[in-house]
Design a protein around this ligand. Structure first.
Ligand code: UDP
Ligand code: LCN
Length: 806
């Protein structure tokens, strides 16, 4: 029962609850969201002249704080309360202030009723429930530890090794026997046939290598070890081999979680990685201008370089040079015949700055050529993914000359293909969401039928459920991506339970306490984005050209607006013109603040200037809105809007040029899953003001190395920037202080080195877990297959039929 409701009812605030409930009942809207509820409560306190204490710390105010939604159902109020992170309770509060708990089923029925989609006479709707499958697996207890799955898993697995040594040591032994590279056996050979023999031989081998000089290269004692049953993979010197064997010895005799992690991280298990990002327009140049190909492409290309480097280092340390082992990384995407001047029609493209990393493009099978020969939005590609996965499997096998050791999916489509491939190839599957669309669009599930023509969320959310449950492990960029904050729901959390009226009810869509979740944030490309103070690495010619482009160049084809006083402090932002990026909100905030206009120029890099250049409805309406705001607030002479797509090197220098002038960066998105531009701006040394909705809340520590802004309150946003500017006027070092701390924040926490080391270590531990718990997952995988074939596929076929008509 809810402590929060009880506390109100058992106090003299019962009358206040009654008053507030009757105000809610008079609302025209039947479905109230958190910010609406909070503002109604603020109005109530004001109108009834409640004290500040009551408003901030009464029982009722606490209850209201935790209420996420209220549905008004005749005379009763249904309160959806989130008393803690990752937990949800629903109650029906009747007119006489008695209350009763509501089950998930009742709540979902009620939501359906609210949108006129409840037909009990037709029978129940399909219920999707993953919880029973998770009951077999270990679960994290404390929500604080969500997102640190691997640490938990190591503890769990090592305690198993400890409690049931026989079975687990056999599992470990069999796991070690598995590893091969091409035709070569790694780690142990047929001379070791049992777990007991392994234990004996490890001790013998330690005796052998400990007598050698520590830096003696592996190839000089390779064959003696082979005699004992050990193949390459233990280390590149006598000392490294000895250390690895000693860790194994300890693991066999007295396992603990640190030893397990240390050992599994050392095993050379991964040489070939496939990263999947099908929706395409995936290239190294000229591709960032389309909606949906922003940060994901940047993220993957940088990640690939980091992975290749890390794999190479691991291979060398493991002593695998003797076998001429090389890592290979492939980004799998779609080939687009009508390539619009990009390389997207090439089958293979080498990734710059790598030895053996490639973009492999596989075409969609040809259906209606208007769809399959062209770039199509991520919302439309669902019918082509199954056949794409079949064709891609063949191509990947050919390129890798075998199968990959790890498959990483990206975004909903990539994760679905990763699921299909991983299942067929029996390879570890890792998911990266980047941004789950469900939380980006308000009521996207409740009103899915109205949005279906444009967005096809029924396919996307089904694909998400399939892929996130099938994945062996999931990487998120932030903690809140999984379970939100004390006052907002996480992206994965939004899949916990929801209704898709007339299609299905999700009773339990994902277990947030599963150890599969791990927070591993991305980094930033440090050779492109670096502090503005590193003058020796900057090119003067680039600087001058970009300074001209940003502040003075008169070229209507690329730039809209001239500056009356180009010397004012630049207030800079760069993003695609998606509604959610809210550059128009920033323009409005600037337009409303005369003081900001006096002190700053607004400089926007926003891809396009003309509606004719876009086919995307959101982008078109944002372009129109930006012009309208500039005219409405008469911002002429104060704004420059660059409709350009910068080459990568230029985008690095642009931040630095702004920093040279002690400018600031503003990221005003209505919601930002992570926000790579924030890392880029911060590492360049720009004081950064970023949305408090989403990832930036974790990247920035407010007022320490950046500032939070609330994009829905333009005046308050302007005020925060103005306060900073006033401090800069009062203290000439203030700008530099924040600038230094921004740079430090990125170097200490957001580097690709940290990311890739972690990712590879996770891949190995989950590979081991996948191997030892395969049987436990078999039933869930069958359930997932049923969803794919019986739910996803027919809907994808129906969309394909529609595409034929276009
Ligand atoms: N970007 C760019 N040119 C633009 C807009 C964006 O090069 O005109 C790059 C930007 O530098 C960043 C990425 O696109 O690396 C955007 O990533 P972010 O995570 O900020 O947002 P997303 O676009 O993925 O939602
Ligand atoms: C998608 C987004 O929306 C951004 O917030 C992320 O930074 C980007 O992907 C990379 O993960």
């Amino acid at each position: 029962m809810s402590d929060l409701i009880q506390a109100v009812l058992h106090s003299d605030e019962k009358t206040n609850l009654r008053q507030f409930a009757s105000i809610l009942r008079t609302q025209e809207k039947r479905y109230l969201l958190r910010n609406e509820i909070l503002s109604l409560f603020a109005d109530y306190c004001q109108n009834y002249e409640k004290s500040e204490r009551f408003y901030h710390s009464s029982h009722l105010s606490k209850l209201i704080y935790y209420v996420q939604e209220i549905i008004i159902d005749n005379e009763s109020l249904c309160l959806i309360i989130r008393p803690r992170i990752a937990s949800q309770e629903a109650y029906r509060l009747l007119e006489d202030l008695t209350y009763e708990p509501m089950s998930i089923q009742e709540l979902l029925d009620l939501r359906d009723r609210l949108v006129g989609r409840f037909h009990p006479q037709d029978g129940d709707v399909l219920e999707i429930d993953f919880q029973p499958f998770y009951d077999y697996s270990p679960a994290i207890r404390d929500p604080k530890n969500i997102g640190r799955g691997v640490a938990y898993l190591n503890r769990y697995l090592s305690s198993k090794l400890f409690q049931d040594p026989r079975q687990w040591q056999d599992a470990l032994f069999n796991f070690l026997r598995l590893h091969r590279y091409s035709q070569y056996q790694l780690l142990i050979n047929d001379r070791i046939q049992t777990q007991q023999r392994l234990s004996d031989r490890v001790k013998q081998a330690i005796g052998l290598v400990s007598a050698l000089p520590p830096d003696q290269p592996y190839e000089q004692f390779r064959f003696e070890l082979q005699e004992l049953g050990f193949e390459p993979g233990w280390g590149n010197t006598a000392q490294r081999v000895q250390e690895t064997l000693e860790i194994l010895d300890q693991l066999i005799d007295s396992p603990d979680h640190q030893v397990l992690e240390a050992f599994v991280s050392r095993i050379p298990m991964i040489f070939r990685i496939a990263l999947v990002s099908p929706h395409g327009w995936f290239g190294q140049e000229g591709v960032l201008g389309r909606p949906d190909t922003g940060g994901q492409v940047v993220y993957i290309l940088d990640q690939v370089k980091g992975l290749e480097q890390q794999l190479q280092e691991d291979i060398e340390l493991a002593g695998l040079d003797v076998l001429n082992v090389h890592p290979k990384v492939i980004v799998l995407t779609r080939l687009i015949p009508n390539n619009d001047g990009t390389t997207c029609n090439q089958r293979l493209e080498k990734i710059y700055g790598t030895e053996d990393a490639w973009i492999l493009r596989v075409p969609f099978r040809e259906f209606n050529p208007r769809m399959t020969q062209n770039w199509i939005s991520r919302f439309e590609i669902w019918p082509y993914l199954e056949t794409f996965a079949i064709d891609a499997e063949r191509e990947l096998r050919a390129e890798f000359q075998g199968k990959p050791d790890l498959i990483i999916g990206n975004y909903s489509d990539g994760n679905l293909v990763a699921f299909l491939l991983a299942r067929r190839l029996e390879v570890t599957q890792c998911n990266i969401a980047h941004a789950l669309e469900k939380s980006k669009y308000l009521f996207s599930n409740l009103y899915w039928q109205d949005l279906e023509d444009k967005y096809h969320f029924s396919l996307q959310f089904t694909a998400d459920l399939i892929a996130m449950n099938a994945a062996n492990f999931v990487i998120s960029s932030t903690y809140q991506e999984i379970v939100g904050t004390p006052d907002s729901v996480g992206q994965y959390e939004s899949y916990k339970s929801f209704t898709m009226p007339d299609l299905y009810h999700v009773v339990s869509g994902i277990d947030l306490f599963s150890p599969k979740f791990n927070v591993v944030p991305p980094g930033v490309n440090e050779s492109v984005y670096f502090p503005y103070t590193r003058k020796k690495d900057r090119l003067l010619t680039e600087h001058d050209r970009l300074e001209d482009l940003l502040f003075t160049l008169d070229d209507p084809a690329q730039v809209y607006g001239t500056l009356d006083d180009p010397g004012k402090r630049p207030l800079f932002s760069m993003a695609r013109l998606d509604r959610i990026k809210n550059l128009t909100g920033l323009a409005e905030c600037f337009g409303k603040s005369k003081e900001l206009q006096e002190q700053c120029n607004l400089i926007l890099i926003a891809g396009k200037l003309r509606t004719e250049e876009s086919t995307d409805h959101e982008e078109i309406s944002e372009i129109e809105k930006l012009y309208q705001i500039i005219h409405q607030y008469n911002l002429h002479g104060k704004v420059r809007w660059l409709g350009v797509r910068l080459a990568k090197g230029d985008s690095g220098e642009v931040y630095r040029v702004i920093a040279d002038r002690q400018g600031i960066f503003v990221q005003p998105a209505l919601f930002e899953a992570f926000g790579l531009t924030i890392l880029e701006a911060m590492i360049s040394g720009l004081p950064t003001f970023a949305t408090r909705f989403g990832g930036p809340l974790e990247i920035i520590q407010d007022k320490v190395n950046g500032f939070y802004i609330n994009p829905t309150h333009p005046e308050e946003m302007a005020q925060i920037i103005l306060e900073f500017l006033t401090k800069c006027d009062q203290n000439p070092h203030y700008w530099q202080e924040i600038s230094h701390r921004s740079i430090d924040r990125v170097y200490s926490t957001y580097t690709w080195k940290i990311h890739t080391t972690r990712l590879l270590s996770l891949a190995k531990i989950y590979g081991f877990w996948n191997y030892t718990s395969k049987e436990n997952r078999a039933d869930m995988m069958r359930y997932i297959e049923a969803l794919f074939y019986l739910l996803y596929r027919p809907r994808a076929k129906a969309l394909l039929e529609e595409h034929w008509q276009r």
